[in-house]
Write a protein that binds this ligand. Structure first.
Ligand code: GLN
Ligand code: ZN
Length: 761
């Protein structure tokens, strides 16, 4: 067997890549120097893989921003609003598409399958594709010349590329394939002429649900591409799930097939043992988790590889997907508890695991015995650590009943009681939680973190911010207020830092989009709450006003989906643990006199499995976890939730099943669609569809918001409707915020006059 990699993080060990990009954009780095710096990072990345002993090293996976944009640009898919005059695409145009310019908006950005990586959506409208540059050839030559590496070029496959693109009709898909295929074939033949023997073509789309039409197209594509080459071998690489139709995929005329044996729920392994593997094809076996951060159980991986070897004679050992989804190395994590640190494996450590497994298979287990013992010890130490043995938490989850997730009374009973308690006007106004995080707020937090400011000084700073904004909200005449979230940097980190079972790395960055990197918390132990997290600020805010102040929490599913999660127990159990901890916080807020509590779940939808048939199971436990976190309050206590990032029409039942008394949903990016789903769906609880887009600094007029309100009230009951912006206001400036909210209140006042009669009947 051979060792291989499918893709390496581009950000550099200390985010040098991010820093170079941002310096270049800010005009602080000349283009030539910029290219030189990026080349250095690129070569460094290759060298590390070479030195680790990886035999098959990917080339062409490095990018100046996003590899989907690279592929689009390579095939001339440049939206007409950007400047392009043929030939190689300039760096200026490339970054204009990625980031927009004064004249043209950037390409839309969306999530890469079910990961937290975002790519630029290619736009096909009105475009004639051309090959602008064979960037794989350039990458291959560079690796060979500079480091004597015979790399394996990586290319996003035509079907995945087209399926993720927008700006064409379904019936045009076939024609698009015909236009792209000769260009793909040209890339392949040029590589072949250069002496390249293998190319990795990524087609993760194959792990989603495929229709018969999809299969026809895919068959045609791979017939065409294999026929276009003779000595170049194609590895068709899939990941993130099991392939949808194993017999179909193994029947494709490619030379090698890459399968994910980590995130396949056992389905790829089951299929291979049922149907076998075609003789003569190479299997790229994704056995090392390319998305998780835990050291692999090498014993079990060896067993798996041997089992696979019964069906496939030629195996390449690989990570389950590109390592771009994990941080670079654990080397700098000196501040972590050694028990945890020793059990972590980031990109570099994963490569070591792959090399070790390859050795163990090829030279016998005895050769790697010390590594096997070492990793087993590290994994055991964490498994047996007190952090994973919190008996009270285990007992709660083990004894969890369905009943426990239900509120005491039904929504309509609660509504009556809440109406009596809060006596809110028709169409109550509120906001989503955060107010502007000004440079002063961020500077204050830095000073406190660096201990330049004392706890008292920082607290009084935060209290002043809260006081200022409570007064502003009262002046604006809003009905339900918030404290503003000034004490929070990030809606998951803030809670993770206060909950047991979470850890924070020093350098565990992963790319989220463009130069933006995130450092997800690590959930390594049992999750528990020992001290209230939000009571102090919320109670302080409430003490300043007679109007209700909403408590503000991040929900269990969002915390789960935006963290690296332990893999020794099912995700749903971790979700229930978080839910129980949040339940304590919800109760603490209620006991402190807070009557409305919002539990945000913006990431609920993004956790959806790739395959439709798995949705119900995920939604079932995630809805249950949300409900559990909010179930124990009194009927009079009003539970709110908030969601964003569009496309809710297909999970509207589940949103309703959350049983929140009031929900606010972002609508700016899918307004019409969402409204039409309420035409056929009778929503019977409080609901606010954002009446203006907070992502733009532009202050929307009263008229615009009136249009939004009227449109929503054509399908929703005015007696249940709330008026609020789309999402939190933390990225906005003071002036914009106050002006927009003032207009929102004016639009509401007009709407109240208009819809009052509707309520009366
Ligand atoms: N309460 C959060 C805020 O207002 C919600 C953020 C979100 O939906 N992403 O910032
Ligand atoms: Zn939001």
């Amino acid at each position: 067997m051979k060792s291989s990699n499918l893709g390496y993080p581009r950000i550099g060990q200390n985010r040098e890549w991010k820093k170079a990009l941002e310096a270049f954009w800010a005009g602080k780095l000349e283009e030539a120097d910029f290219h030189a710096q990026l080349k250095q990072i690129r070569l460094q990345n290759l060298k590390k893989q070479q030195e680790q002993g990886i035999e098959i090293i990917p080339v062409g996976d490095f990018t100046y921003y996003d590899h989907i944009l690279d592929t689009a640009v390579m095939f001339g898919l440049i939206p007409a609003r950007f400047e392009y005059n043929g030939g190689k695409v300039s760096l200026a145009t490339y970054y204009d598409i990625a980031r927009g310019n004064t004249k043209a908006t950037a390409g839309e950005m969306t999530k890469w399958f079910n990961t937290n990586y975002h790519y630029i959506v290619p736009e096909l409208k009105g475009i004639k594709p051309v090959l602008t540059e064979n960037r794989l050839l350039t990458a291959y030559r560079e690796a060979k010349q500079e480091l004597n590496i015979e790399g394996r070029p990586v290319l996003v496959g035509p079907y995945t590329l087209l399926k993720l693109s927008k700006g064409y009709e379904q019936q045009e898909l076939g024609a698009w394939i015909e236009q792209l295929l000769p260009l793909y074939a040209q890339v392949l033949t040029e590589l072949q002429a250069e002496g390249v023997t293998w190319i990795q073509i990524d087609e993760p789309i194959i792990t989603t649900s495929l229709s018969n039409d999809d299969k026809k197209h895919i068959t045609h594509i791979y017939n065409y591409l294999t026929n276009s080459v003779s000595s170049l071998n194609i590895l068709l690489q899939t990941y993130f799930e099991a392939v949808d139709d194993y017999e179909f995929v193994t029947g494709l005329p490619v030379h090698g097939l890459g399968l994910d044996f980590v995130h396949d729920r056992g389905a790829n392994l089951a299929a291979i043992s049922k149907f076998g593997f075609p003789a003569g094809k190479v299997l790229s076996a994704g056995v090392i988790d390319g998305r998780g951060i835990w050291k692999a159980d090498l014993h079990q991986k060896l067993k798996l590889l041997k089992e696979l070897n019964q069906y496939a004679a030629q195996i390449i050992i690989a990570p389950s997907n590109s390592l771009l989804h994990v941080p670079v190395t654990t080397a700098g994590e000196t501040k972590l508890d050694p028990v945890l640190r020793d059990a972590l494996s980031f990109a570099d450590e994963k490569l070591t695991e792959i090399v070790t497994l390859t050795k163990g298979i090829n030279e016998g287990e005895a050769v790697i015995e010390s590594q096997l013992i070492d990793v087993a010890k590290r994994r055991d130490t964490l498994a047996q650590s007190p952090s994973r043995d919190v008996k009270s938490v285990h007992a709660l989850v083990a004894n969890l009943t369905d009943e426990q997730s239900n509120r005491k009374s039904k929504a309509e009973v609660r509504r009556k009681l809440q109406e009596q308690k809060f006596k809110l006007p028709l169409l109550p106004t509120t906001t989503i939680g955060s107010f502007p995080q000004t440079p002063e707020v961020r500077a204050a937090r830095q000073k406190w973190r660096k201990k330049i400011w004392s706890e008292e000084r920082y607290n009084s700073f935060i209290e002043n911010e809260i006081k200022f904004w409570i007064e502003e909200q009262e002046k604006l005449n809003l009905d339900v207020l918030v404290h503003g979230e000034f004490e929070r940097t990030d809606m998951v980190e803030f809670f993770g830092e206060k909950l047991e079972g979470f850890a924070f790395t020093s350098n565990g960055w992963v790319q989220s989009y463009g130069s933006r990197c995130v450092k997800p918390p690590v959930i390594y132990g049992d999750v528990d709450l020992s001290q209230p997290m939000t009571v102090k600020e919320t109670v302080f805010a409430q003490s300043l006003t007679k109007l209700p102040v909403k408590g503000m929490l991040t929900g269990p599913i969002t915390i789960l989906n935006w963290s690296f999660v332990r893999d020794d127990i099912p995700r749903k159990e971790v979700a229930y643990q978080i839910a129980f901890a949040l339940q304590k916080e919800v109760e603490a807020l209620e006991n402190a006199g807070i009557g409305m509590i919002q539990v945000d779940e913006p990431a609920l939808r993004e956790g959806l499995p790739l395959k439709r048939e798995q949705w119900a199971e995920y939604l079932n436990w995630s809805v249950r976890a949300f409900k559990l976190s909010t179930a124990t309050v009194q009927d009079e206590t009003q539970i709110h939730t908030h969601m964003c990032y569009s496309e809710f029409h297909d999970i509207i039942d589940d949103i309703s099943a959350l049983d929140a008394d009031v929900i606010s949903i972002e609508t700016s990016r899918s307004h019409g669609e969402l409204i039409s789903s309420f035409e056929s769906y009778h929503y019977d609880k409080g609901i606010g569809l954002g009446v203006y887009d907070i992502h733009s600094p532009r202050v929307p007029s009263v008229e615009e918001m009136t249009v939004m309100i009227d449109r929503a009230l054509r399908v929703l009951d005015p007696a249940l409707f709330w008026i609020n912006p789309d999402c939190g206001l933390k990225t906005r400036k003071y002036d914009e915020t106050v002006a927009a909210l003032a207009n929102m209140v004016k639009a509401t006042e007009a709407a109240r006059l208009k819809y009052n009669s509707v309520k009366a009947k």
